[in-house]
Ligand binder design. Structure first.
Ligand code: ZN
Length: 286
């Protein structure tokens, strides 16, 4: 599933083809990915004739602020890629993405280019949000924690919660209301670099361990963004021009069960808890 670094890579690609462009037409279907206003045929009213003013991201959400007649409208097109969502531009991918049988949303721009949302499993989400007058996130995502990639201290809320939580540290890393943008794969990678067991109760973490985790969080995400995210064996994650990411070659534990730990040689273990698989080194992590 695309996590923060994959969505950030998609955002950067999208900016090159959509920023400042005017939407001339849009096509959407009746699938469940459309929520709220977007599910009630409001998309053409919101999008047609509007320009993409800016493109942001918070956690795993892409946020396109719209502009009309030279002023921002306060409306935000919000996209979440779910498990298998991809954005394509026909101009960049060299094929008509709009004709893909899993294309659920197509935006056409005045210069003939397009943006297509393809989502075979339909766990993605398309919404129209409204920026509050005082700024900040649209209401439906206002509960999210700081962005894991952009926030100067991404684990600030998590650290506070950890003081009074017996939950596993990995469960807190995955809690989007504490820090937004980390999924199962990057959480495992951070915990290995910080030498912490995924199951470790959060209250037992010392100041030094928490500092290691914060460092590991910043390091892993920065490296993943620099390499265009991770494309796993299913190859469902690609950037807007259809290119694969390459951070998967740097994974130290995720998907490496049975293979030797790159630090100590002990076989990496995989265990399922809280409904997710966790990958860790039984010697390096405690
Ligand atoms: Zn090890």
């Amino acid at each position: 599933m695309p996590e923060g670094p994959e969505v950030e890579t998609i955002r950067r690609g999208l900016a090159s083809v959509a920023l400042g462009r005017c939407v001339t037409s849009c096509r959407s279907d009746a699938s469940r990915i459309f929520r709220g206003e977007a599910a009630r045929d409001a998309l053409p009213d919101v999008l047609v004739g509007a320009r993409i003013h800016s493109l942001g991201r918070h956690g795993k959400f892409l946020l396109a602020d719209l502009e009309r007649d030279g002023g921002v409208t306060g409306e935000v097109l919000m996209l979440h890629m779910g498990m298998s969502g991809q954005l394509r531009s026909s101009a960049l991918s060299g094929a008509s993405a709009a004709r893909d049988k899993h294309a659920h949303l197509v935006l056409n721009f005045a210069d003939g280019s397009d943006i297509v949302l393809i989502d075979p499993r339909m766990f993605g989400r398309v919404e129209v949000g409204h920026r509050p007058a005082q700024g900040g996130l649209p209401a439906s995502i206002a509960h999210l924690g700081p962005d894991a990639i952009e926030a100067p201290d991404p684990l600030a809320c998590l650290r506070e919660r950890a003081l009074r939580s017996n939950m596993a540290v990995k469960t807190l890393l995955l809690d989007q209301t504490l820090v937004a943008g980390i999924g199962n794969m990057y959480a495992d990678e951070m915990l290995h670099r910080a030498r912490l067991m995924p199951r470790r109760p959060a209250t037992t973490l010392g100041t030094g361990e928490m500092a290691r985790l914060t460092e590991a969080c910043k390091e892993v995400l920065a490296e993943a963004v620099a390499l265009g995210g991770s494309s796993l064996a299913d190859r469902t994650y690609r950037d807007i021009s259809g290119r694969l990411g390459s951070f998967q070659t740097k994974l130290r534990v995720y998907g490496r069960q049975g293979e030797p730990c790159l630090e100590c040689g002990e076989p990496i273990r995989r265990e399922v808890f809280a409904g997710r698989s966790s990958h860790f080194c039984p010697l390096c992590q405690r």
